[in-house]
Design a protein around this ligand. Structure first.
Ligand SMILES: [Zn+2]
Length: 65
């Protein structure tokens, strides 16, 4: 299985690991279509999230927000 990706966490590592894959599926199941609070893109996020991974990464790098 090659790389996994979702809008909550971005790229997933350890994609060979069964627990990781299980968790990834769970995250996908919980996720619903939302509009990102920052970039206004339509993304699939868990109910408690309102920002997509690329915006979160930008925030973590301390740019512009
Ligand atoms: Zn965004």
């Amino acid at each position: 299985m090659s790389g996994l990706y979702d809008d909550n966490f971005g790229s997933w590592h350890d994609c060979e690991d069964e627990d990781t894959i299980e968790f990834y599926r769970q995250v996908q199941n919980e996720s619903v279509w939302k509009i990102c609070a920052i970039c206004n893109n339509k993304v699939k996020l868990r109910p408690q999230y309102n920002k997509c991974n690329s915006c979160m990464e930008r925030m973590e790098r301390g740019c512009e927000y």
